[in-house]
Design a protein around this ligand. Structure first.
Ligand SMILES: Cc1ncc(C[n+]2csc(CCOP(=O)(O)OP(=O)(O)O)c2C)c(N)n1
Length: 658
């Protein structure tokens, strides 16, 4: 006999409560409550191929409520994703198990992104749905035609980033984005009424979504609602009214089932209540077979898609495969070299934001999968090249996105674009607002995604806007994020070189910290290699026996060059080392690092920012010239004088230590 929907859903419930019980930690409530919705989605709607998990035209599923991770592992195991085994589920939350505490990005296992920080799964899914439309506009609906489904909890919708995400998705009419909201009225502290009384349906409708409420335990009602959502011309919210911990006799419907094992007695009682007789981690054959059958449901779709791909002309096929693989086109390096040659001949005194714009004129032509944007600072961030047209709600053939004043939503959407694949996202705001993007930057790094943050107005050098807009601690705090490359180029040449590195490092997100103010051209000769690749390099040697090394980044490299001249005038040999990227420098052999930093020399570091982190380079005998507090409102040149970030101060600090 074919197993019933309830038996299929109970397989999820059983795995969830047993895994949490065995791990002695985890969240059984959400998975047990949401099991009916997940069963309907995976067995009747989600287009996916467990035997071909990276199939580009698969539907994306994001478990935004990442604390319910065991729901995802259970479903993926049941569907037949080979990377998730029963042993992994038995080892839930243990070292080495793919079934980690919260889902960790592993698309080959069916895990489309890392979730856990509430709100971000939803906001990232918006980017995935954007990528789908961007690629459909390029390659056509025969190759790109899939949905993005999100399972979101109360916490996801309470987080501020959900506001940015749903308004952006509503504005862009992302009709293939469908959010299944686990409307269970419970969060950790207890009933949601403790802290929430808004009207979720009205809120989504106001943002341009289709929104309706269904009984989340009525499989046919959920099924029909998903079918309706697929026909919608707007993104859809389906609020699925559920009972948290469904089936647990004394704990269901209460916060007690949210985030702790049910306990041995309650688990036994739940088995009884659900009519589930199988022992822990044992899924009866007929039920497992039915799930595996559901896992094979989309195979004909996948085969038909592969046929359409195979029928394409060879060059189109190659381009589709290349962009999805993330490889850069062959023309990229030569185009960038030509640009660097041009810069060497012109030696422009551009602000690095302007140099970035000029680099983008080359990059956006050579790398047509780049998708630019800005959080309403397009003219200040200089992120739009002359060939990019705007993406609009009805036309995704453009390559520039006006994200609006939604920095966190933008950063999360960029993660979604990168995770989806086929596009390379970059976008801008002011460096000081990296704080607004930070949780998403952290996830870019954790998931090793090539997301490029163009963060301009990178110091007191922005001048009159004053301390609210002048970043001080931001470089240090970004450098503290593991797996993030923070670039601060010194002139137009370095800016082009740093851009090259952001694109070439496929598995690393990057920050480009760029100036508002003009910068003198310091590198006037073309070198075939890209010296920024090593993170730091000797820009100018000492003319006499080197006694001082001046270390600097970005706009302060020019100050170091001037300080060197002052010291040389006194007969003191001084070198200048430009350090555009600490992370790349620290990946160099120790001998190169020691040589570059200069042994037995006084080291003076100059950066118009917090000293934090510089100690390891300057050592106990060195000095730091930079900021110790917030900036001020004044013209940039007055501020550099006021805060003593000058060549004279640097030279004096060196002399005092010799
Ligand atoms: C940004 C963020 N803040 C806090 C948490 C910790 N946390 C995990 S689940 C949760 C709330 C649970 O309520 P709900 O979202 O309704 O999930 P449910 O109780 O239905 O499982 C919180 C606060 C988190 N994961 N992310």
């Amino acid at each position: 006999m074919t197993p019933s929907h309830a038996q299929m859903a109970n397989a999820i419930r059983a795995l969830a409560m047993d895994a949490v019980q065995k791990a002695k930690s985890g969240h059984p409530g959400m998975p047990m409550g949401f099991a009916d919705v997940a069963t309907v989605l995976f067995t009747r709607h989600l287009k996916c191929a467990p035997d071909d998990p990276l199939w580009p035209d698969r539907d994306r599923f994001v478990l935004s409520a990442g604390h319910g991770s065991i729901l995802l592992y259970a479903v993926l195991y049941l569907m037949g994703y080979e990377k998730i085994t029963l042993d992994d589920i038995k080892n839930f939350r243990q070292l080495g198990s793919i079934a980690a505490g919260h889902p960790e990005y592993d698309p080959a296992a069916g895990i489309e992104m890392t979730t856990g920080p509430l709100g971000q799964g939803l906001a990232t899914a918006v980017g995935m749905a954007m990528a789908e439309r961007l690629l459909a506009a390029r390659y056509g609906r025969a190759l790109v035609d899939h949905h993005t489904f999100v399972a979101a909890s109360d916490g996801d919708l309470m987080e501020g980033v959900s506001h940015e995400a749903i308004s952006l998705a509503g504005h862009l009419k992302l009709a293939k984005l469908i959010v299944l909201y686990d409307d269970n009225h419970i969060s950790i502290d207890g009933p949601l009424s403790l802290s929430e009384s808004g009207d979720v349906i009205a809120r989504f409708k106001a943002a341009g979504w289709a929104a309706e409420r269904v009984d989340g335990h009525d499989a046919d009602a959920v099924d029909a609602a998903i079918a309706r959502a697929k026909q919608s011309d707007r993104p859809s919210l389906i609020a699925c009214h559920t009972t948290i911990g469904y089936g647990a006799p004394t704990k269901q419907g209460t916060a007690a089932s949210h985030g702790a094992p049910l306990g041995v007695e309650e688990v036994a009682a739940t088995r009884k209540a659900l009519g589930w007789e199988a022992p822990p981690f044992d899924i009866p054959d007929d039920i497992l077979n039915a799930w595996r059958g559901a896992g094979r449901r989309s195979a004909p779709d996948r085969d038909a898609w592969a046929g359409r791909l195979a029928a394409l002309p060879e060059p189109d096929k190659k381009e589709f495969a290349r962009t999805l693989s993330g490889a850069l086109p062959e023309g990229f390096s030569p185009a960038l070299d030509a640009h660097r040659q041009h810069l060497a001949s012109q030696a422009p005194n551009w602000a690095s934001r302007k140099a970035s714009q000029e680099a983008l004129e080359v990059i956006t032509r050579a790398v047509t999968e780049t998708i630019g944007g800005s959080a309403d600072l397009t003219g200040s961030n200089n992120t739009k090249s002359s060939i990019q047209s705007d993406v609009t709600p009805d036309d995704f053939s453009g390559r520039f996105i006006h994200y609006g004043i939604r920095e966190f939503g933008m950063a999360a959407a960029m993660n979604g674009l990168a995770l989806h694949g086929g596009v390379i996202p970059y976008s801008g705001t002011f460096l000081v607002f990296a704080d607004y993007c930070r949780p998403a930057i952290r996830l870019s790094a954790l998931m090793k995604q090539r997301v490029i943050y163009v963060l301009t107005h990178d110091s007191i050098g922005l001048g009159e806007d004053g301390p609210t807009h002048q970043p001080v601690e931001h470089l240090a705090s970004l450098r503290a994020i593991p797996g993030l490359n923070v670039f601060r180029p010194a002139d137009a040449m370095e800016t082009a070189e740093c851009w090259q590195l952001t694109l070439e490092t496929k598995d690393t997100p990057s920050v480009l910290a760029l100036t508002r103010q003009g910068l003198p051209a310091l590198r006037r000769a073309f070198t075939p290699d890209n010296p920024c690749r090593r993170g730091a390099y000797e820009l100018l040697p000492a003319e006499a026996d080197p006694r001082v090394t001046l270390l600097a980044t970005g706009s302060e490299v020019a100050i170091a060059v001037e300080a060197r001249a002052l010291l040389q005038a006194d007969g003191i040999g001084a070198r200048v080392v430009s350090m555009p990227c600490w992370e790349l420098f620290e990946a160099q052999p120790l001998t190169y690092q020691a040589e570059t930093l200069g042994e037995n020399q006084i080291r003076i570091a100059i950066e118009a920012a917090s000293p934090m982190g510089w100690d390891r380079y300057i050592g106990p005998d060195g000095a730091f010239i930079g900021m110790t507090g917030f900036g001020a409102s004044a013209p940039a040149s007055d501020l550099y004088e006021h805060f003593s970030i000058t060549a004279q101060a640097a030279a004096a600090a060196a002399r005092a230590r010799l």
